[in-house]
Design a protein around this ligand. Structure first.
Ligand SMILES: C[S@@+](CC[C@H](N)C(=O)[O-])C[C@H]1O[C@@H](n2cnc3c(N)ncnc32)[C@H](O)[C@@H]1O
Length: 427
């Protein structure tokens, strides 16, 4: 792919826009990929731009380290991002070094902010190439403050192993509608079957064009993200609520059990995705736009799922930008939101009912600490320990408390970082 695009300046300019958006706001990369300018590119160019921006985000730390040694003062953001993209192409993608340098220098010259830095871009990139690729140090793949947190929370070995996953391009995992012939679909889609019947495939490209997408037999959902809803073990005849539902991966799982499901989310626009997904898969749920903390609804439910908003540091395999967008203060403020939502979830759990709390975060304040504080505030709840292998979870992820601390390296080929705990309410 890259060979034909060695002179592909529009694709590289688009990669620059994606990288810039990813680093300047949360969800920026996906947003930038919806602009008309991006959509006007050839599919091949779009794929290259996205692959380049993602590779630059996965290697941002090591590349910035080697750039630091070459830059005596901070250049304008466009110039820094051009250097990042140039170095990423030369060291981590299948782009000949001369093409990486020449196209980057040309893009520097094509804009009035970066034009005065054309000579610098050329000199820095040539200097980097002379020195060779950045050292292979997992710690460099993560911002230092976050790496220090992970070391403190999970120890040196786990922190290193989980940070190493940042550089890996993840496979795509699929959850299946109940009743699907798992083995037949795995063969059709060229996938491995993981515990819990998640399919894992190395296919690339537009998922809507993959086999059986239109039939509504599967949806994209990370292997770790598929575990929490399974832990509720909802059944036909029961009621279930998904309090932070959009875009609906876990709602689909709950609806697939035959339970009567209510999907709540405060974002009406994101809820549209829930409705579209339900329609495509051929499942039903009552969809409600409301703030789950204050939702004026008196009902209680047999099964309550709270997949709370969080720092999302566990999603770095597909969204490496979260690592660079996260700020230490976010974790404390999100923890406050999570405890308010947990209190609301408690109130909506029927006597004798189950509640699962989960977050796609690697930070103990959003996971383990929430559980202990919740149990102190709510003596009517107790932990319902998760058994080894339950829900398809790797054994390494099971904690002595019977909660799940799913670290990305606990599964071969990786998984999203998640925390999950299950509670029961006294009858
Ligand atoms: C981690 S995502 C949920 C992912 C979803 N459970 C799935 O599996 O597809 C968190 C969701 O919480 C929603 N959210 C955030 N604060 C909320 C609140 N106070 N009440 C309801 N939804 C909220 C966000 O709009 C977002 O869609």
């Amino acid at each position: 792919m890259t060979q034909e695009l060695n002179d592909g300046l529009p694709a590289r300019e688009a990669a620059l826009a994606l990288l810039d958006a990813a680093l300047s706001r949360r969800g920026g990369l996906d947003e930038a990929a919806t602009t008309n300018a991006f959509r006007a590119l050839e599919p091949r160019e779009r794929a290259f731009a996205r692959a380049l921006a993602m590779a630059a985000l996965r290697r941002l730390g090591p590349v910035d380290r080697v750039l630091a040694a070459k830059l005596s003062k901070e250049p304008p953001p466009r110039v820094r991002n051009l250097l990042r993209l140039g170095a990423t192409q030369a060291f981590f993608l299948d782009v000949p070094a001369f093409a990486a340098v020449a196209t980057t220098v040309e893009l520097a010259g094509a804009n009035k902010t970066s034009r005065p830095f054309k000579g610098l871009v050329n000199a820095v990139l040539r200097g980097l190439l002379r020195d060779g690729p950045p050292a292979d140090d997992p710690a460099a793949l993560v911002p230092p403050w976050l790496y220090a947190r992970w070391t403190g929370a999970w120890g040196q070995d786990d922190a290193r192993a989980l940070a190493a996953v940042v550089a890996e391009e993840p496979a795509t995992d699929l959850s299946l509608k109940p009743g699907t012939d798992v083995a037949a679909l795995a063969e059709l889609i060229e996938a491995d079957v993981l515990p819990g019947d998640t399919l894992r495939t190395r296919r690339r490209g537009d998922v809507a064009a993959w086999p059986a997408f239109e039939d509504g037999t599967w949806w994209v959902q990370d292997a770790a993200a598929a575990i929490p809803a399974r832990l509720l073990d909802a059944k036909p005849g029961e009621t279930a609520v998904d309090l932070c539902a959009a875009p609906g991966g876990k709602t689909l799982q709950l609806a697939g059990t035959g339970a009567a499901v209510v999907a709540v989310d405060r974002s009406a626009s994101r809820l549209k995705r829930v409705s579209e997904n339900l329609a495509r898969i051929g499942l039903t749920a009552e969809v409600v736009a409301a703030d789950a903390a204050t939702w004026a609804d008196e009902r209680t439910f047999d099964a309550v799922l709270l997949d709370a908003p969080c720092s999302a540091t566990g999603t770095f395999r597909r969204h490496p930008d979260v690592l660079w967008a996260a700020r230490p203060g976010d974790i404390a403020s999100l923890a406050t939101v999570q405890s308010a939502l947990l209190d609301s979830a408690a109130q909506r759990t029927a006597p004798g009912g189950r509640m699962v709390y989960c977050v796609c975060s690697l930070e103990p304040e959003e996971g383990e600490a929430q559980v202990e504080a919740f149990l102190t505030r709510h003596p009517e709840f107790s932990l319902s320990p998760i058994a080894a292998g339950e829900g398809g979870a790797p054994e390494a992820s099971l904690t002595p408390r019977g909660t799940l601390r799913l670290l990305p390296h606990h599964r071969e080929g990786g998984q999203d970082g998640f925390f999950a705990a299950r509670f029961v309410k006294a009858a």
